[in-house]
Design a protein around this ligand. Structure first.
Ligand code: EPU
Length: 421
């Protein structure tokens, strides 16, 4: 198991470019299951979760490849697939569940393992199942699997309102509705940019999806779709993580390739914390200056402050000249990084959804353990800011969602290296 060794307290300066968005690439690659033939998805990050999605499609008898540029994924979907997502793959990546909608819509049946527990919260998939049932899917749960069937081989358009906003739930039901017979109206949809990107990818396949990015999505079902040809949006969470790196005291980082309109809630908080941010050609320059100012942060679905940036933002606030209140409203258990940040000298207390962060002037390096993807990114940021050496263990969490983060940080002057443990 690799670990990351960070010698902190070194100022960062320079330019870094963002990769394609993991959370857009995963459902878009899964959308290949909606049509037989040769699919091409560009700007796909080369990271562990994308490889897991590739293994999943290979298990279903698709041929999955990577172009020489490492940015392009090709999927050949044969005349018949094995419509099954086994436990061994789903347990390593919950997002595997996004194959359920495409499988039942295109192939009339699916057998998908139920994802188990997760470090950040219970994360049920009841809304995915309710939405698919509204489209007429017959669902049974047995032996840890969801079995879904479309009676007479095709789903039926319907009106369905999600009880709560869910990103992959919206994506699953939207993909299924693309091939359903008739019109579907989905209410209380997630409005994340990744939902919009998927809708654009589907429309490129010949689907008729309107309203993605708003709470109401309207889908006119079509009989068949053609293969994908789509370029994935930039990763706003990777961009955000690098922007926080730039906002740390003494740093000056330009993040290229990011989409400003996807980052507004974060930029507002970084500015409140004292960072100066300026748009530059093709990106954003963030200058950290002196000690950050405190800022209260409450996570919320898009366009609110992203839960996927809560841990990284907390590192900046941990160094602020004053106290900040962080409220996590999306997941019930997303403060696993707090105990590790405390090992670096941060003064943070948690009571339920609320964390109080009392800024300290410096952090000091120590060995820490990553618990999940975004927590591990936060620990790397904390290591960069801390005096001395920080070792971040269980780096496989980081590799699920960041494309060799250390290779993006070293050119900025960071002293970070990966060590095989
Ligand atoms: N929820 C339900 N029922 C459902 C679905 C969700 O109660 O059927 C609840 C969840 O338990 C959670 C809330 O709704 O409390 C929101 O969850 P959502 O379904 O939106 O999350 P997700 O689709 O499973 C995606 C991202 C996550 C990101 C969340 C929130 C992908 C592949 N994953 O997860 O990304 O945190 O949306 O923005 O898109 C990450 O990249 O580190 C990551 C965890």
């Amino acid at each position: 198991m690799d670990k990351m060794v960070v010698e902190g307290g070194v100022p960062l300066a320079g330019t870094v470019t963002v990769s394609g968005a993991k959370n857009a690439a995963l459902p878009i690659v899964a959308a290949a299951l909606l049509a037989e033939g040769d699919h091409v998805v560009r700007n796909v990050p080369d990271l562990a979760d994308v490889r897991t999605m590739g293994r999943l499609l290979t298990h279903m008898a698709c041929e999955v490849g990577r172009g020489q540029d490492r940015r392009t994924v090709t999927v050949r979907v044969p005349r018949t697939v094995k419509p099954e997502a086994p436990y061994d793959l789903v347990r390593t990546m919950r997002a595997s569940v996004v194959v359920l909608g495409p499988l039942v819509a295109r192939w009339g049946q699916a057998r998908v393992s139920l994802p188990g527990g997760c470090a950040i919260g219970a994360r049920p998939i009841d809304q995915h199942l309710k939405g698919l049932a509204a489209l007429g899917a017959e669902l049974t749960l047995q032996h840890g699997y969801v079995e879904a069937r479309a009676p007479r081989g095709r789903l039926q358009g319907a009106t369905f309102v999600f009880d709560g906003q869910t990103v992959t739930g919206t994506e699953n039901v939207m993909m299924a509705a693309a091939l359903a017979e008739g019109r579907t109206l989905l209410g209380n949809c997630a409005r994340e940019p990744e939902v919009v990107d998927l809708a654009e990818a589907l429309n490129g396949m010949g689907a008729r999806v309107q309203g993605a990015g708003t709470a109401e999505i309207r889908i006119e079902g079509v009989e068949r779709l053609r293969p994908l040809s789509h370029a994935v949006i930039p990763d706003r969470i990777e961009a955000g993580t690098l922007l926080v790196a730039g906002a740390l005291p003494g740093n000056d980082v330009t993040v290229k390739g990011c989409e400003l309109s996807h980052l507004e809630a974060l930029l507002e908080k970084l500015q409140q914390a004292g960072a100066s941010i300026a748009p530059v050609a093709g990106g954003l320059r963030v200058v950290g200056g002196g000690r950050p100012r405190p800022a209260d942060v409450k996570t919320a679905p898009f366009p609110g402050f992203p839960t996927d940036m809560q841990a990284q933002m907390m590192v900046l606030l941990a160094l602020a000249d004053g106290s900040s209140v962080v409220t996590e409203t999306v997941f019930e258990n997303r403060y696993m990084h707090v105990l590790e940040l405390r090992r670096l000298g941060a003064d943070i207390s948690v009571d339920g959804k609320v964390a109080v962060v009392k800024g300290v002037p410096t952090l000091s390096g120590a060995p820490v353990m990553a618990s999940d993807l975004r927590a591990s990114a936060a620990l790397v940021l904390a290591g960069l800011a801390a005096q001395g050496t920080t070792e971040v263990r269980r780096v496989y969490h980081l590799d699920r969602g960041y494309e060799r983060l250390e290779e993006k940080l070293v050119p900025l002057g960071a002293r970070i290296r990966r060590v095989a443990a």
